[in-house]
Design a protein around this ligand. Sequence first.
Ligand code: FAD
Length: 566
Amino acid sequence: ARRRPGVSNLLLVVAAASSGGLVAYADSGSDAAVEKPQLPQRKKVVVLGTGWGGTTFLRNLDTRLYDVQVISPRNYFAFTPLLPSVTSGTVEPRSIVEPIRRVLEKKGEEIKFWEAECFKIDPQNKKIHCRSNLGTNLDGNGEFLVDYDYLVVAVGARVNTFNTPGVVENCHFLKEVEDAQKIRRSVMDCFERASLPFLDEEERRKNLHFVVVGGGPTGVEFAASLHDFVTEDLSKLYPSIQHLVKISLIEAADHILTMFDKRITNFAEDKFGRDGIDVKTGYKVVKVSKDAITMQNPGTGDISVPYGMAVWSTGIGTRPFIVEFMKQIGQGNRRVLATDEWLRVRECDGVYAIGDCATINQRRVMEDISEIFRVADKDKSGTLTVKEIQDVLDDISMRYPQLQLYLKSKQMNGIADLVRSAKGDAEKESVELNIEEFKKALSLVDSQVKFLPATAQVASQQGQYLARCFNKMKDAEEHPEGPIRIRGEGRHRFRPFRYRHLGQFAPLGGEQTAAQLPGDWISIGHSSQWLWYSVYATKQISWRTRMLVVSDWTRRFIFGRDSSCI
Ligand code: FAD
């Protein structure tokens, strides 16, 4: 131990960060420096993303233990479940966002935040390549490198257009706060345009035709909230054109809200029917032009409908730099990052992935499987031979290890049982299977294998779990004899991640919500709407946003929604 003599009337903090020496403090009241043993250099944790996964991880992480850096192109956290409410002005955009620096400040430790996006991960050298849109460095490209010991990838997903022509150019998406603001402005523009004096009735109808593509929870909630906005508020402000308004909801599957219980699906379809929302199931949108949406149905062929505004909400896809990363680490044939039960990216030291970039829902899996079938059906006969089915199943197993386990399990006994159960014929071995039978067989698999849904609930539970593991990491390293769990062939210091499903909501408009709670307990109606209000008020990230959201709801009850978009 060394002393630093003669330092007085001055607060000196010398952090011998990289050397193995001592940290010396001198305070104004004493000549003698107080020596403290230096903490070992902290490991660098880099967090990509400030959404549900990243923010929950940061809030639960003991940041005294690590040197933490956060990188995201968005300097705030957004409460996405209320985005549909922003499109109709029920809730203001500012009420559902929390500046990330405020979240970090509450931790009391210095955490660095860089407003930038990562565009490449280099797992060999443990570096990430980032780019800032704000300024430029001397090279003029705003790029910089960040080292990590542990990398937490929580970058979410992007919208999926399935490469449908014209979607990017002509449709709105509902993924970010800016998207919701644009939709709100666009709805008002449609009403103002339809009110102009020189338009004929057909043009007015076209402007007031709102099309929602995708009958999942987001599309359904948006259609419901738009319907409420139109009937409760805009009809009073635009009485002469309100009868021309039409809302269409287009879904490729046979029903909307397929991830919910049948009772909810039926209730939603009936309610929308009564509300005058035109639900078109079994239609696939194949093209969107500036003026019309073209869709296909096996019975009717192509149909083109004119529209004023369209919102595309058909699901999510993988971000391009994650696709590149997956190729680098041998996961090129997968749709999302594969992690083990401890959320570590497979074959990639020190990299963890949470949230939408690492989870996939059942619906997307089934779409994928149908696509694999279509590709395998080379002669377009609609049937596959047993050999081809075997190849398809190999492909599916490779992409989805969860299914592989199931396909090999006793109940299915591999392909032979799959074919038999689909054909309902236990004797035949060499059969041909058409796509409908194949889907039927796979729906058996589908009902047995649970995939994690890509939801805020999963992302935040993963963020919380991972933070707890990080908090215990040092302890576990120092006491390896500690709580070691044994699972399969491996041993690990932590319990594997287990998702606890707390239920899901589908707001259907008119102050009615469908709730599917744990234990398949179903509740539909006004009481569930109050449950929805209380859950979403409770789940707010701060008291500030909680107060703002509750006051927005109160304002809406008293004065109605605000139709001006400033
Ligand atoms: P996100 O929350 O999307 O966060 C991703 C973060 O990564 C963002 O901060 C983004 O800026 C950042 N990022 C992006 N690219 C980069 C990059 N290159 N480098 C660094 N950072 C990057 N779920 C529910 O459970 N209940 C609901 O009611 C519900 N409603 C929803 C309604 C809507 C309209 C939407 C769009 C989603 C809804 N979800 C709901 C789903 C939920 O929002 C997502 O599952 C959740 O946000 C996933 O969390 P995440 O952390 O993986 O991604």
